[in-house]
Design a protein around this ligand. Sequence first.
Ligand code: ADP
Ligand code: MG
Length: 636
Amino acid sequence: DGAHQTHEYQSDVARLRKIVINSLYSHRDVFLRELLSNANDALEKLRITALTDKSLVSPDEPLNITIQLLPASGSGAGRVVIADTGIGMTPDELTQNLGTLAKSGTSDFLVQAESAGAQQAGNLIGQFGLGFYSSFLVADHVEVASVPAGGNGEQWVFASGAEDQRFEVFPDPRGRTMRHGTEITLLLREDAKEFLNPGKVKELVDKHSGFSTSFPIYLQTFKTEEVPDEDSPVPADPLEADAIDTSPPVDDSEAIVEDLPEDASPITPPPPRTKNVTRETWEQLNDQPPLWTRDAKTVSEAEYTDFYKSTFRDTAAPLAHAHFAGDAGSSVSFKSVLFIPSELPSEFWSTTQARVEGVRLMVKRVFITNDLGEDALPKWISWLRAIVDADDLPLNVSREQLQSTKFLAQIKSILVKRAINLLTKVASAPASINEETGEEEGQTQYRAVWKAIGSAIKLGAMEGSAGQKNKLGALTRWTTNVREFVGLDDYVDNRKKGQRQIFYLAGVGQKAEDLAKSVFIEKLHARGYEVLLLTEPMDEILLNNFQRWGGMAFQDVAKKGLQYGDEDMDAEADKAEQAGIAERFAPLLSWLKKEYTGTVMDVVISNRLVTSPCAIVADRYGYSANMERLVAAQQR
Ligand code: ADP
Ligand code: MG
């Protein structure tokens, strides 16, 4: 056959298939999610294209996905056939899309996956979405038949074995079986027979694909029932699976195939004559309305988690979510669910420009884009994951149109506001009692949030608008010499009588427990004052930005200007004692001043030390030692 083509795989593809097959055995369920997501993409593409060219679709060919599970009738482990009525592929596209790696991200994947273990590779496949090759996790051999929409072309097939160095592309010997779309046949590996089990397939679709697929997914199932037999036909061979009609569904169709009578023994008379009838039915797997359109009260935590994982391709559960309907200005109403992920994107700190891919914009339930432009969200909150479904935008709205309308700007500010509200709600949740240990668990959820995105919250407290700054400042948590996980409001509430300053000590890169032992804290600690221990580079800048919190000024305890606030209480006694000390140490003081001229600005008698004989402090308006280290590090 002259049309039959044999192609070498590119070397990258060979490497990729090897990684996928070898390192992802325990994640092989992903094949179904990946193939369904490709089918969904192909249907989306067709629908979008058909908005301008109606001739591409016809009512006789509904846009849907079908799954058939076909046990082996002879040798082999059986087949799984996944078909969509989407945009389809030309022979060239079969070669290009399935035989080469066009995507730039894939080479990054290769580098990362080869150095990562199997567990990480499993997470990576989710992030990079290496879809089609995951077929080889469960199949020895894969055939992809496809017809592009709109063309009058032939139906072609891409075929490859899991171990092959080459793949074949040839005209389908069956001729054209589809109007448009793609049919993927997986010849299952011996150890992958579990995927012939309809229960297993339903479970996987529910968990990973049901939420994110906007077209109906039908599973072909066979039910055998006993029915009265009126005219006792010549029985068909029950073992011949091929006798069953396996054509795709025309909405809720039922084909009936007749079977052997159950008991055909000649000895027992068969008075009530019955026969077994195998009904082929198409069951829709994703018949729930999209999660974000449902009433929040009817959605379980597990459903939110599954939805998040499958929509945003994360292997970890989100830390919190908010589900709401809103009005952007007065013009556009929308529904939204937003999520706090369990960690910051890996490139969060390495780029200055926010790369926001986590906001998925839908119009009337149809996915439009997750690329809302570079400034889609402020950098500090670019980790946010959200679905936004607008009710009254046109389906074929373009990105340019979106940007020119006020809609995006409004959505953006609503999302940020809602996200801050969500954080605040989680942060103010009352302590709960752990039912297993009986111990009080203060703020378990907010602790996890703080651990994951605390540094981004600090960034927001510096870069956000004035209103946001205060809300985000209230969300920051600190370690002190006496407690951990202390909020600024909490610090202020816990102040000692007369205390007018919020004390802090900064030591970037040091451990809080070591800072707590510093000489600068001795006396404060002895007198029962709390001191914030700053260990991250941003911390001091952040507090200096605020200047005051709850009416109290921030005071670096390693600088001049420290006021205890309880001096007044024993003022008289103190004064006398101070005078005595001043007199006694006057000679030492003048000697030290002379000796260290040019090295220090001043030498004073201090009342801030308990056991240490002396301390070197920074001038009130000078850099703290910590800031000096930071500045020096930047100038290097
Ligand atoms: P991705 O989906 O991330 O692009 P895949 O490996 O899953 O990567 O798929 C590669 C390409 O093959 C797709 O981009 C698409 O062009 C094509 N493709 C895969 N499955 C289908 C399908 N069912 N219908 C049409 N094209 C498909
Ligand atoms: Mg894909």
